[in-house]
Design a protein around this ligand. Structure first.
Ligand SMILES: [Ca+2]
Ligand SMILES: [Ca+2]
Length: 350
């Protein structure tokens, strides 16, 4: 859609909002900076038939309709999150004292209490030093709890974000992302909005650039070599990359595939797609009504999308539009961030 048509859409909303007051508003004032308009459209959500990596939780695909909205052109950056923290004094979950009594409610009842020295604020980071893994199902081999890791210290004590203002903010949990959204008059995307934005001008593509897997390393920050022991960095980045390091998708949105995972507002339920029935209205889907992930039955999880710099075809191949994974609402990591959306109505009603 051309910019003028976007303005026409917004103008009609303005007219509805303003017809009683005769108030004139300058349409250009409400086009949000740093965001991209995604047309209202139908597209095929979920696994594509020709996608060899599609998992059961991505099936069956289904034709959906999503109204038009704006989405951040990039993952939310450290600079943007810094402004939010400066203005609000917000303290992220990774920086807060740990309450064992609260944590144990999300664990099996016989879980022993860890030593107090471990129950300190921190977050999960990828262990770059892992040399050998014996069982790919045991991801604790390449993840470690890093005391002191937070958005300001992504690798823990001694690290910082100096000179990294245009990197995606990480170590943020769902609750942190919601707090940012409330401050910014934004929302987290639904999974349906996220896929609509990722498709851009396509309507059933596997990747944001079409279906060609051989373009992966030139279009996204993922993992080349052998995961998780040998990172060849053919795409130019061993770990996280500044936003806009790769070409945007067909409508100007960057890094939806790879770099950092992006938290959405939908509850993660592995059976959600298979339980959609013929009476479900597939317009503006807001996700499952309850969370269900048999691998982590004690956690409340939201859906995250797009994969990260750690994604490789030998493990989860989550660098596809339909890929979906659960993320606990109270945990972050050094490869998880978010981006926000806003509707014309939200901008007008502010
Ligand atoms: Ca990389
Ligand atoms: Ca991303």
């Amino acid at each position: 859609m051309s910019k003028s048509l976007i303005f026409l859409t917004i103008a009609s909303l303005l007219f509805i909002n303003c017809k009683d007051s005769n108030k004139h508003q300058d349409i250009s004032l409400i086009f949000p900076e740093g965001m991209i308009w995604v047309d209202g459209k139908s597209y095929r959500k979920g696994a594509k038939n020709e996608d060899p990596y599609a998992m059961m939780r991505e099936k069956p695909s289904h034709e959906v309709y999503v109204d038009g909205f704006f989405i951040d052109a990039t993952e939310v950056t450290n600079n943007q999150f810094q402004k939010f923290v400066n203005e609000t004094g917000y303290v992220t979950i990774a920086e807060r004292q740990i309450d064992w009594n609260e944590i144990k409610t999300n664990l099996p009842s016989n879980t022993p209490k860890p030593h107090d020295s471990l129950l300190q604020p921190g977050s999960l980071i990828f262990n770059k030093d892992v040399k050998r893994v014996v069982n790919m199902d045991n991801y604790f081999q390449w993840w470690k709890w890093q005391i002191g890791a937070s958005w300001k210290k992504p690798a823990g004590p001694g690290s910082n974000i100096e000179g990294k203002g245009n990197y995606p903010v990480v170590h943020v949990a769902y609750e942190d992302a919601l707090a940012y959204c409330e401050w910014a008059n934004r929302k987290l995307p639904t999974e349906a909005q996220w896929e609509s934005a990722a498709q851009g001008n396509y309507d059933r593509a596997i990747f944001t650039w079409g279906d060609e897997v051989n373009l992966l390393n030139t279009n996204a920050n993922t993992w080349q070599g052998n995961f998780p022991t040998n990172n060849e960095s053919i795409d130019g980045f061993e770990m996280i990359a500044p936003v806009k390091s790769f070409s945007p998708n067909s409508i100007g949105i960057f890094d939806m595939i790879g770099n950092v995972w992006e938290i959405t507002d939908d509850l993660f339920n592995v059976n959600y797609y298979s339980e959609l029935d013929s009476v479900t209205d597939l317009k503006n889907l807001k996700g499952a009504s309850s969370c269900y992930n048999p691998s982590n039955p004690y956690e409340i999880q939201r859906v995250m999308k797009g994969g990260s710099f750690l994604c490789h075809d030998s493990y989860c191949a989550s660098y596809r539009i339909s890929a979906r994974m659960g993320v606990s609402i109270d945990s972050g990591s050094d490869h998880t961030g978010f981006r926000t959306v806003v509707t014309p109505e939200m901008l007008l009603n502010k």
